[in-house]
Design a binder for this molecule. Structure first.
Ligand SMILES: Cc1ncc(COP(=O)(O)O)c(C=O)c1O
Length: 355
């Protein structure tokens, strides 16, 4: 297929199935400036093979101890790499429901996946005892698909359960910075004193997915194991020039403030339109991220009427291993304006009435 963008939908359709940014949120002007500043500031060094764990200017920008950071080609690449280096030696636990492409990426490695909810330490402890898993994948902050966050006490319990069971937690922290009026709970990584957590971050949601840029934070020993992969060493890191441009990005804090206002307004528009047009839908309003996780009786049969009414969503069973019916649906409020989201809710309600 020849195309520029991954996003595609039938003309006129408002497809809330895609977790993509609003096109106006993509910082075209700021990125142009960042590339040009990087080339002026660092000259040929910005275009050379880079340092294996990522270039110093971006590692400084990320902050924290430099030997705990590894710059990746996005969160997905980070997960792929972690699965290759740390995935051997047992099945992989995954939170449930969880990010569907993480399920695929882990399954690509031939790893057996087992679901266990992150907020149930007893169940986790018994699965660990019985199955001896190597890894546990979780999106504890503004999760995809639910938008929910793991409460603070559960975070501490999860780390302790993992420590006792010899399990490594992969904390996917992709949505942390997209919070709307709350301060998110501390990351699992920041709470961990016993080297059980590897944290994944991405600039896909806060700057642009096309950068394919993110990073891993882990203990220096784990970072060394990751950087020893031949293809990373051979290429001088994985995304050097883009990383250098990111290190020269202008006012990131102001950019984030604008994004938070935008996405909060989009969330609020969809929430109030759903309350108004589709009272049968029940959901929690997330404090951050991009998604609403909607319980709606009969939603298993909603896809066809929704398409006929020009609106799309992702069925909730996408985010479970068994793909069984009867799950909520995921609506992304990230890609459309408040007016479009209001219209999408109206269409979804008409489709639901037509069922
Ligand atoms: C939880 C989660 N992790 C990772 C990603 C992908 O990140 P990246 O584009 O950096 O690979 C997404 C994007 O939808 C996501 O929701």
């Amino acid at each position: 297929m020849t195309a520029i963008e991954q996003f595609h939908t039938a003309p006129g359709t408002l497809d809330l199935g895609w977790g993509h940014p609003h096109p106006d949120a993509l910082p075209v002007t700021e990125w142009t400036a960042a590339v040009s500043v990087a080339l002026e500031r660092w000259g040929p060094a910005a275009l050379a093979y880079g340092s294996t764990a990522g270039p110093a200017p971006l590692i400084e920008w990320i902050g924290g101890p430099a030997d705990e950071v590894f710059v990746t080609a996005g969160a997905s690449h980070a997960l792929e790499l972690i699965a290759s280096v740390f995935g051997r030696g047992g099945p992989v636990l995954v939170d449930t429901p969880t990010y569907h492409y993480a399920l695929r990426t882990l399954a690509d490695h031939g790893l057996e996946l087992i679901e266990a909810p992150a907020d149930d330490p007893d169940r986790l402890a018994s699965v660990i005892r019985e199955r001896r898993p190597a890894l546990f994948y979780v999106v504890p902050t503004f999760s995809n698909p639910t938008g929910a966050s793991l409460p603070g006490p559960h975070r501490v319990a999860l780390i302790e359960t993992a420590r006792r069971g010899g399990l490594t937690i992969i904390e996917d922290d992709t949505y942390r910075e997209l919070h709307y009026g709350v301060t998110p709970s501390p990351s699992l990584y920041s709470l961990d004193a016993s080297d059980v957590v590897i944290r994944i971050n991405s600039l896909a949601k806060t700057v642009a997915p096309g950068l394919r840029l993110g990073w891993i934070t882990a203990s220096p020993d784990r970072i060394r194991l990751l950087t020893q992969r031949g293809y990373i060493d051979s290429g001088g890191g994985v995304n050097h020039t883009t990383a250098m441009a990111m290190a020269a990005f202008g006012d990131y804090a102001a950019h984030l403030d604008r994004l938070r206002l935008r996405y909060a307004a989009q969330r609020d528009a969809l929430v109030s339109a759903l309350h108004h047009h589709l009272p049968a839908a029940t959901f929690d309003v997330p404090d951050g991220g991009w998604f609403l996780w909607i319980r709606l009786p009969g939603a298993d049969d909603l896809a066809a009427p929704a398409a006929a009414h020009g609106v799309g969503f992702l069925p909730g069973n996408t985010f479970f291993l068994d793909r069984a019916p009867g799950r909520p649906i995921r609506l992304a409020f990230s890609r459309y304006s408040p007016d479009d989201l209001t219209e999408a809710a109206r269409r979804l309600a008409s489709a639901y009435r037509a069922l």
